[in-house]
Design a protein around this ligand. Structure first.
Ligand SMILES: *[C@@H]1O[C@H](CO)[C@@H](O)[C@H](O)[C@H]1NC(C)=O
Ligand SMILES: *[C@@H]1O[C@H](CO)[C@@H](O)[C@H](O)[C@H]1NC(C)=O
Ligand SMILES: *[C@@H]1O[C@H](CO)[C@@H](O)[C@H](O)[C@H]1NC(C)=O
Ligand SMILES: *[C@@H]1O[C@H](CO)[C@@H](O)[C@H](O)[C@H]1NC(C)=O
Ligand SMILES: *[C@@H]1O[C@H](CO)[C@@H](O)[C@H](O)[C@H]1NC(C)=O
Ligand SMILES: *[C@@H]1O[C@H](CO)[C@@H](O)[C@H](O)[C@H]1NC(C)=O
Ligand SMILES: *[C@@H]1O[C@H](CO)[C@@H](O)[C@H](O)[C@H]1NC(C)=O
Ligand SMILES: *[C@@H]1O[C@H](CO)[C@@H](O)[C@H](O)[C@H]1NC(C)=O
Length: 383
């Protein structure tokens, strides 16, 4: 899926008074965190509760455990773990609940990131048969990975109900002038589908389909500066899942799309706009070598810097949309006070280059951590 339309619920605008509250509230909506909505009442942010997207711990396969990629999520390695939260509308939880349930499960070993996807569905159909065709013209299951969290060189993977796949790499998001490269291949990837019912038969109702994937870790870190394959215990990657769902009807015994209706986009962690290509909003997976259920998700101590960098990036884009140039003057930017006052990370230092480019640096409060940077092309890095 590709479009990008900003649609915030209108009540956001009427409810709030101060700048800080607005920002906290929008962040709360963006990351679907109830406890932040409560904090809007108190109107302050604490550094260790800065909103996070959805998180999930991925457990390494234990000795003797194997995943047979046959489409069925019946291996013990699948049944013994929790799924992600059910997917929600891409625009957030205040939008209509998806008609069908969707969730994912993840495991890994030295070679693969294993992904199991469950898609409840009464009408399983698929038309795309060629590898690297536009799979989201059909109902599909999509995986987006940005292992190093830089927002550049992320990978996209799509699969339909007849095992047709599309793998691509993007040098940067479309909105930043990025271009998709479908020449990117994962030759040792494994994929399989199980459908509980027939495909392309509107006379018989299905109940669900499942996707089983083994994506090669070394391909997923292509051109990433930081992420390593295989990941070490505790490493964190940015990832997101999405499901594209069309409205279909029975026309003379075959499925046709209902004309005039757009597709639905159901995601693990909501983006708040109809645009998957905003990697800084994706969820976070944490790799664990512990026994299943033995690890807790740990906040990355760099998260306050990351949050400040994303806030500065977004504020500069908004400023530029109005003024036509970037500014290095923090007071001209709509930023939460924790950012401008340097409460959770250093105050941002912005360098504007010839009006039309910028980079910003945020230092850590804890000097043992690296320094964070963001550029006008969205690239985020630490040095
Ligand atoms: C892990 O936790 C989930 C959710 O509570 C539970 O369903 C599952 O059985 C647990 N697995 C193990 C191996 O403890
Ligand atoms: C599904 O696609 C994979 C490639 O990802 C291929 O190896 C496998 O044979 C296909 N399975 C079937 C049943 O076509
Ligand atoms: C399939 O299920 C829907 C409800 O989910 C129902 O309206 C429809 O009649 C069913 N169709 C068949 C062929 O059973
Ligand atoms: C990785 O980056 C290099 C340098 O920018 C580029 O030439 C190459 O095509 C990229 N690799 C892929 C698979 O896109
Ligand atoms: C699938 O392809 C057929 C043949 O092109 C077309 O008639 C039909 O509308 C398509 N179905 C869907 C659901 O896109
Ligand atoms: C997943 O992507 C969707 C669409 O971009 C976004 O709404 C959602 O916040 C993302 N969630 C997570 C956990 O990445
Ligand atoms: C920064 O912007 C504020 C608000 O527009 C203005 O009052 C202030 O003089 C500016 N500071 C500098 C150094 O330009
Ligand atoms: C930011 O841009 C300026 C001007 O091009 C450059 O001198 C500086 O090294 C850049 N800073 C970073 C962190 O890239």
């Amino acid at each position: 899926m590709a479009a990008s339309t900003a649609k915030f619920p209108s009540f956001i605008k009427s409810k709030l008074s101060t700048k800080v509250c607005i920002v906290v509230f929008i962040l709360a909506i963006i990351f679907s965190q109830i406890r932040l909505v409560v904090m809007v009442g108190l109107c302050k942010v604490t550094c260790d509760t800065l909103p996070l997207p959805r998180t999930y711990v991925v457990y390494r396969l234990q000795p003797g455990e194997v995943i047979e990629v046959d489409g069925k999520l019946v291996d013990k390695a699948w049944t013994e773990i929790s799924p992600t939260e059910p997917f929600v509308d891409i625009q957030g939880k205040y939008f209509p609940k998806p008609r069908f349930e969707t969730w994912a499960k993840l495991r890994y070993d030295d070679t693969y990131l294993y992904i199991g996807g469950y898609l409840q569905e009464t009408d399983v159909f698929a038309n795309q048969t060629k590898h690297d065709s536009v799979v989201f013209k059909d109902n599909d299951f999509e995986v987006f990975t940005d292992p190093d969290g830089s927002t550049h060189w992320y990978k996209e993977f799509e699969i339909n109900a007849i095992n047709t796949t599309w793998d691509l790499i993007l040098n940067k998001p479309y909105i930043n002038g990025g271009s998709p490269n479908s020449g990117f291949e994962m030759p040792t990837m494994k994929s399989a589908i199980y459908v509980d019912g027939p495909v392309n038969n509107p006379l018989i109702n299905d109940s669900y389909w499942t996707v089983e994937l083994a994506l090669p870790l070394k391909d997923l870190v292509t051109n990433d500066s930081v992420a390593r394959a295989p990941p070490k215990n505790g490493d964190q990657w940015r990832i997101n899942f999405s499901r594209v769902e069309w409205h279909v009807r029975n026309v003379n015994g075959h499925y046709e799309k209902v004309p005039g209706l757009p597709e639905d986009n159901w995601v693990w962690s909501p983006q708040h706009v109809i645009n998957m290509h905003l990697p800084e909003r994706w969820g976070i997976i944490q790799f664990s070598t512990d026994k299943v259920n033995g690890s807790k998700f740990m906040r990355d101590p760099k998260w306050p810097m990351y949050s400040s960098l994303v806030a500065v990036y977004n504020a500069e884009k908004i400023f530029n949309a109005i003024a036509g140039y970037y500014t290095s003057n923090l007071t001209q930017l709509e930023l939460p006070s924790y950012v401008t006052e340097g409460l959770c990370a250093g105050k941002p230092q912005i360098t504007v280059i010839n009006n039309y480019n910028f980079n910003a640096t945020v230092k850590p409060l804890d000097s043992t951590l690296p320094t964070g940077h963001v550029r006008d092309d969205r690239y985020i890095w630490f040095s």
